[in-house]
Ligand binder design. Sequence first.
Ligand code: SIN
Length: 527
Amino acid sequence: MVIGAAARVAIGGCRKLVSSHTSLLVSSQCRQMSMDAQSVSEKLRSSGLLRTQGLIGGKWIDSYDNKTIKVNNPATGEIIADVACMGTKETNDAIASSYEAFTSWSRLTAGERSKVLRRWYDLLIAHKEELGQLITLEQGKPLKEAIGEVVYGASFIEYYAEEAKRVYGDIIPSNLSDRRLLVLKQPIGVVGAIAPWNFPLAMITRKVGPALASGCTVVVKPSELTPLTALAAAELALQAGVPPGALNVVMGNAPEIGDALLSSRQVRKITFTGSTAVGKKLMAAAAPTVKKVSLELGGNAPSIVFDDADLDVAVKGTLAAKFRNSGQTCVCANRVLVQDGIYDKFAAAFSEAVQKLEVGDGFKEGTTQGPLINDAAVQKVESFIQDAVSKGAKIILGGKRHSLGMTFYEPTVIRDVSDNMLMSKEEIFGPVAPLIRFKTEEDAIRLANDTIAGLAAYIFTNSVQRSWRVFEALEYGLVGVNEGLISTEVAPFGGVKQSGLGREGSKYGMDEYLEIKYVCLGDMNRH
Ligand code: SIN
């Protein structure tokens, strides 16, 4: 019900197992596996990191009915592996094992949990090349960017290994002389973590790191499009000493898994990164059992370039904010708002920079932009372009599928975009930069805030006073000033308005997994 209905991506159905789970399949309907991808897959298989079963109670397990789901390489269409397609029963068992493990894991000292997480971090970094290759294989982003994601993803485990030791309570000055008042912070319990395909590792570690550090146990559901990285990371977690049941991974039938997690009384928290539509459904479905929810949902980020901006800084920053991961991040610049006086200069310099992006297979040296995740994503981009052009926008660069075929799309710059066009209102999630003209600072703030979303915003200006005025007025959870890449494990990530609830990363991210308990010690004057 919940996840399948409006998920950001189409979810494939389970198929009967046709071969051993660990075997790589080359389907007759699919193209022959390219040499590069094949040798990478073989190396991964021999390293033990190409896992295809789910992880329940510390054991690698097939789905109970032996159904599987195929994982494709979006750059080639080749099938990388068949993974277990799990559903209600497997999820209920994962929840039960997580519930059981909670007692012992939460009772470890913070220092003991910290050591396990630190070992996991070390292993993730030791295997960053293989994990990066897995990300490129199943998600498509260029290898360098994929290895960057591993380092970014691992940083959450390192950070929370350290933060585990800093979960402080309080002693409150008492209102009565014979009482003492204490505040304890305690782990919330079993967590259901539902992760997207655009960051197959980092969106999982950003949730699992603070959960495990605080003493919670977790059932992770990775995207069916990119489960292999999650499974490899879980294998490394086991090697690091994460005990059986503390971390479980189930994937396959998303609606069944979602329903099982949401309806369980034992699951005390749901954390989700994905579309706003699905987030709303999860929030509603979490209501009957009054679960705590953290939601990191869609954005519609403005990148605001003022007349007084340094042109090079604005071009570089907007390029990074727009084209990271082929435009497939929630914090990607979705609308480039450019002031009248710099509009033409910016359009020319920005288009020149975009033209230099190298589209191709992520394994190819020099590639800076991989494919989109699937054809539905390309069709969405096409429909947004069609809508904008029909309403008067003009394509400066790109605007069509790339000659490489598959789901490759030309990096696109489109000008004269206005606020009645689809791409101004909704997340494009693709490599298209719409340029929107504005006149005054007030116009820019009004346009930027005229959306239901409120995740990230970027501003480019050389005026300190203006930057303060504007970032204070922006209704967004994250603001980059003269900077297009702002995500880091040490800062709070999350949105306002319909972009979500809660924060991930930083000291604030830990609070999402903790309950506050007030203790009143009475009768303290008795001798
Ligand atoms: C996302 O797209 O959801 C996350 C992007 C980031 O962590 O920078």
